[in-house]
Design a protein around this ligand. Structure first.
Ligand SMILES: Nc1ncnc2c1ncn2[C@@H]1O[C@H](COP(=O)(O)OP(=O)(O)OP(=O)(O)O)[C@@H](O)[C@H]1O
Ligand SMILES: [Mg+2]
Length: 358
């Protein structure tokens, strides 16, 4: 068993992060496949998988609840595609005191705008989904894919999003006590609201006020949940897996992500370097020699191609050493560039093999 397989065996939650297009969705799905093969009940929360992969996982139509995927494994494999909007609705329903409060919020226009567009909402809902699946007790491992983002902190900060929303001045105004010494404050607040209404329109303000009023009494539930999730993400139940590529531009970003994960006191347990060029046994020097000696012959083209590959492969390896130096404690796994996109279960099984090979 290699170290990555051991990681899969030992954790309850694996979060795959990294910059755009490096292979987060692929790695997350393949990690869940590897877990199912080792007998675990694994579920992967994917974010916007390529259409063909979504088809292969059976989640192209259904989305937000786990769809089980049949396959030759002793464990259980399920996938879902995160639907930010309906996850947010579920969260509201869960925390509302009764159906009436839930409906008041869900039908509010301000809520409907905010729940789809607020920056960080997708990350927040990925985290919500993760805790929902974890709490259900149905899964031994929850693997979470993360949205393409340049801001590594977005996901880590996600549980605090609602707390930030509740720091909104409108929320503080509408929930401020309106009696006694606070009365003056509140009437000043009303003035602010009136001024705001002149700028953004009275309807917008009315809707926002109605939203925050409907929200009253739910903050504690949200905050408790955010704290429980932060604890889950922060302790040994959770491993962060940084997906990177050996290209020069993404290497810088990988180091940045590593820094952020560490600064947030989270466990960057593994680095998956994806799409590594195959290593050739010919050294770049020897390949250059061949180019010279075979020039003008029929093998000239092949020699040039070999020299290219040997050169780029050697560059990849030296960049991979840089990542290793930046994360000496993390498990390092290299996944080669495959000839084809990974768009079906066979492709995922191949990546799962590569991730867990000795
Ligand atoms: N080792 C590999 N060899 C060949 N193709 C790969 C490999 N890994 C991933 N791919 C392909 O690269 C593309 C991007 O991968 P993927 O969607 O997993 O990246 P991502 O990090 O999730 O992207 P985004 O940031 O846009 O969500 C996909 O078409 C996938 O099939
Ligand atoms: Mg993706």
């Amino acid at each position: 068993m290699n170290a990555y397989a051991e990681l899969i065996g030992g954790r309850d939650v694996i979060v795959c992060c990294g910059t755009g297009g490096v292979g987060k969705t692929t790695t997350a799905a393949a990690t869940a496949v590897a877990a199912a093969r080792s007998g675990k009940r694994a579920v992967v929360v994917t974010i916007d998988p390529a259409k063909r992969l979504a088809d292969a996982l059976g989640i192209a139509e259904l989305g937000n609840t786990p769809t089980e995927i049949a396959g030759p494994w002793p464990g259980k494999l399920a996938a879902l595609m995160l639907d930010t909007k309906s996850t947010f609705d579920d969260v509201v329903r869960r925390h509302a005191h009764d159906d009436h409060q839930a409906e008041r919020i869900l039908s509010n226009r301000f809520y409907r705008n905010v729940s789809g567009t607020l920056s960080g909402t997708q990350d927040y809902m990925a985290v919500e989904k993760l805790s929902e699946l974890y709490d259900s007790g149905d899964w031994d491992l929850v693997v979470v894919d993360t949205p393409p983002t340049r801001d590594a902190l977005a996901f880590l900060e996600a549980p605090k999003l609602l707390a930030r929303l509740l720091d909104n001045p409108i929320y503080r105004i509408v929930t401020a006590p309106s009696r006694g010494v606070f009365r003056a404050v509140n009437s000043a607040a009303q003035t602010v609201l009136r001024q705001l209404a002149r700028v953004v329109g009275a309807t917008v303000v009315d809707e926002a006020v109605a939203f925050f009023q409907a929200f009253e009494g739910m903050e504690d539930g949200f905050r408790d949940r955010a704290n429980a999730t932060l604890k889950l993400l922060g302790d040994q139940r959770t491993a962060f897996v940084l997906v990177a590529s050996p290209r020069a531009d993404t290497l810088m970003e990988a180091r940045y992500f590593l820094d952020r994960i560490r600064t947030a006191d989270l466990d960057a347990a593994a680095v998956v370097v994806n799409r590594v060029l195959p290593s050739v046994s010919t050294s770049p020097e020897r390949a250059t020699e061949l180019v010279r000696s075979l020039a003008g012959t029929q093998a000239a083209g092949a020699a040039v191609a070999l020299a290219d590959l040997a050169g780029s492969g050697a560059e990849d390896q030296s960049r991979i050493h840089e990542i290793t130096d930046a994360a000496p404690d993390a498990i390092m796994v290299q996944v080669p560039l495959l000839a084809d996109d990974v768009h079906d279960l066979d492709g995922l099984a191949t990546i799962a093999d590569l991730l867990t090979a000795d």
